[in-house]
Design a protein around this ligand. Structure first.
Ligand code: CA
Length: 236
């Protein structure tokens, strides 16, 4: 049956218990071509040859620990790996994440849960990657790099506090639009951003201006809209 959700592809299950392999196959075969391996070594060989879209990996295998299989696959592949484990045993999740596992399902599991996890992993793996934002020229030698979280003037780093950074990032990413005080409070302080913190906003904004404006008495970048809020003016 062609998958309506477009998942398709091949799934490899590495699991020594035939009964569990069978259950997984039953649950996922409508959406994916299912390959089975009963040992770690057979699983590694199939993974290398078949390049599956997703791997379901049991931690307790007869020839190698599942975590070693996970590490081995991660040397050459970014394929999503969902680990099957007996609750409270075998390995802790931190170790598994460090070994490169993407998700966990505890035994005994429901096929609904397993199917949902597999779908979510495939969706994440297939989502188009967002391009990294490019550094933004703010004029006057100021360059803001949202990805690297840096602000530099003529190549030298300016140190902003986390709140100053969030304020500037919010203003710059809405450049040309006036953001109201409540909008800025909510963007920077989240749910805690109540209007009673308006004075905090003014203080942080004044500090930010001292760092980014050439002349704080005549700000050119962060413009005050009296009684309304602030606007970032991108220099032409
Ligand atoms: Ca096992």
């Amino acid at each position: 049956m062609p998958p309506e959700n477009g998942f398709g592809g091949t799934m490899l299950i590495i699991e020594d218990e035939a009964q569990i392999r069978h259950v997984v196959r039953q649950a996922l075969e409508p959406e994916l071509r299912v390959l089975e391996a009963a040992t770690a070594r057979a699983g590694l060989a199939l993974a290398a040859v078949e390049r599956p879209a997703i791997i379901i990996l049991d931690l307790g295998l007869p020839d190698l620990p599942g975590i070693a299989v996970c590490r081995e696959i991660r040397k050459w592949s970014a394929v999503p790996i969902v680990v099957l484990s007996v609750h409270h045993s075998e390995c802790d999740k931190v170790q598994l994440l460090e070994a490169g596992a993407d998700d966990f399902v505890s035994k005994p599991f429901s096929t609904l849960e397993l199917t949902a996890r597999v779908r979510a992993c495939l969706r994440r793996a297939r989502a188009p990657r967002k391009p990294e934002p490019q550094p933004i020229e703010l004029g006057g030698g100021l360059v803001m790099d949202l990805a690297a979280r840096t602000l530099k003037r003529n190549g030298r780093a300016l140190h902003l506090t986390p709140i100053e950074w969030d304020l500037l990032r919010t203003l710059v990413t809405h450049a040309g639009r006036t953001l109201t005080h409540p909008q800025l409070l909510a963007a920077v302080w989240g749910d805690a951003g109540e209007v009673r913190f308006l004075q905090h906003l003014r203080v942080h904004l004044a500090n930010l201006r001292r760092k980014v404006e050439r002349d704080v008495l005549r700000p050119r970048l962060i413009i005050t809209e009296p009684g309304v809020g602030y606007r970032f003016e991108m220099p032409c």
